[in-house]
Design a protein. Structure first.
Ligand code: PMP
Length: 454
């Protein structure tokens, strides 16, 4: 009665039930904290989806440093979630913490530029190979702003995205392909506009669909991650981006690379590391070492058109920017992150450790004879419940199994290891050691031993 995951659903259910109990027993203070929190917080958490983790009640964090978290009950967790990439350079990276301390007594926000801004933009241009930059507070906002610029510049309405993508809470991207037809995601709350009229969606790695979607000549831009990372990982086929960029250019459209997660591939992101020529790049999350910061870069051509579009527009609100964006604290954080951590010598050991994790995890899965695969991109490693790495969003989504995921994640957490919720990503930071990786592998081994045994 094994499901396609190779593990019997009954076993998964039993493990999940036992681990929920184990979690609760070991965490009286987290339970009390979560209960106190629900008095004045809807869902008992600051953001409703924080209650979607596998835990029976929300884990309450006491502090985080480097690659480890401490919960209020005194358990240390090796953190492979790292705030889903926000803490990719470790929790409270020293250079960022020092820069924040120094800036904290010299102004936090002024709505004016300071000395750091020009230097941050210079370093971004150097790392990402695009000459002109603007800022946002979150990757969500950066994507929203870029989309506005591109629609204004091209005077085209349509956004083209890949099925299963995630680019933050940018409404426009929540259109799925269901049986080949575009459908507004039913889970989206309070969206009263029909997004399918201005968003087109195709499968990743499908060049024929890309050509067909571009051919009406109304696509302002293609917004994409170079590797899909948000429904499990989906790698581009060899040569996909080279052909895709040529098609996008041929049809008068522009390519926006969202490198928010794929920054794990190196100091200039995946596109730089793999020679993909994007017209615009979005970076967020880890860019401020954990401080909310994001930025977007344009090619010289695109930047000139953006400036022209603004000059030609009526004076007044552009719909781009927020008051606290590019504040002094954020700029100090980005300057410290760029100069200290966005360097090849910082990434090299992270990549080596992620490679080792991927290799050993693959061997472990093979030893347990499970039809699962492991994918690694830079410092990110992901396991998926399918034998072959998925080639598009539909394949990736169909390999997911919420109950198995919850059982595994909760088992790992109870064994002192935290991995990213909502799929199976494990991120390496500069502070992650071989012992940390060993800890993850051995906990995973014990979990699988329980799940596959008769
Ligand atoms: N782009 C990508 C590729 C992401 O994965 C995310 C968040 N997971 C975002 C943008 C949005 O980032 P934020 O939630 O920090 O705005």
């Amino acid at each position: 009665d094994n499901s396609s995951t190779g593990i019997s659903p009954a076993k998964v259910r039993a493990l999940l039930a036992r681990e929920r109990e184990r979690y609760a027993l070991a965490r009286p203070l987290s339970r009390a904290g979560a209960s106190r929190a629900s008095e004045h917080m809807m869902f008992g958490v600051p953001l409703h989806w924080m209650s979607d983790w596998s835990t029976p009640f929300a884990l309450q964090v006491a502090r985080a440093r480097g690659a480890e978290l401490l919960d209020v009950d005194g358990h240390t967790l090796v953190d492979f979630c790292l705030g889903d990439t926000g803490a990719m350079f470790g929790h409270s990276p020293t250079a960022v913490a020092q820069a924040l301390q120094a800036q904290a007594v010299n102004g936090l926000t002024t709505m004016l530029a300071g000395e750091d801004a020009a230097e941050v933009a210079r370093m971004l241009a150097e790392r990402f190979g695009l000459p002109q930059w603007q800022f946002a507070m979150t990757a969500t906002d950066a994507n929203r702003f870029v989309l506005r610029w591109l629609r204004a510049i091209t005077d085209r309405r349509v956004l083209l995205v890949f099925n299963g993508c995630y680019h933050g809470t940018v409404d426009d991207v929540f259109v799925d392909l269901v049986d080949g037809r575009p459908v507004q995601r039913p889970s989206l709350l309070g969206q009263v506009h029909d997004l399918t009229t201005t968003t087109r969606v195709i499968e990743f790695n499908d060049l024929a669909a890309l050509e067909a979607a571009l051919s009406p000549g109304d696509v302002a831009c293609v917004l994409a991650e170079p590797v899909m990372t948000n429904t499990g990982m989906v790698l581009p086929d060899p040569g996909f981006w080279e052909k895709a960029t040529a098609l996008i250019r041929h049809h008068g459209s522009w390519l926006v690379m969202d490198e928010t997660h794929t920054l794990s591939s190196g100091p200039g992101g995946y596109a730089q590391a793999h020679g993909i020529a994007a017209d615009a790049v979005v970076v967020g999350k880890a860019l401020g070492g954990g401080m909310p910061c994001a930025a977007y870069g344009f090619s010289a051509d695109l930047a000139a058109r953006a400036e022209a579009a603004k000059r030609a527009a009526a004076p007044g609100h552009s719909g781009i920017g927020t008051t606290l964006t590019a504040n002094l604290l954020a700029m100090a954080a980005m300057r410290a992150t760029l100069s200290t951590y966005l360097r090849p010598e910082v990434f090299a050991p992270m990549h080596a450790r992620a490679e080792r994790l991927a290799r050993d995890l693959r061997a472990l899965i093979q030893r347990h004879r499970l039809p699962w695969c492991v994918t690694q991109v830079g410092a990110r490693t992901e396991f998926q419940f399918c034998a072959q790495p998925p080639r598009n969003g539909t394949e990736a989504v169909s390999a997911m199994n919420a109950e198995l995921e919850h059982a595994l994640h909760l088992y790992l957490l109870n064994e002192g290891v935290l991995i990213t919720p909502f799929h199976n990503m494990m991120l390496i930071c500069p502070d992650t050691t071989d012992a940390h990786v060993e800890c993850l592998l051995s906990a995973m081994d014990r979990a699988l031993l329980e799940l596959v045994s008769d």
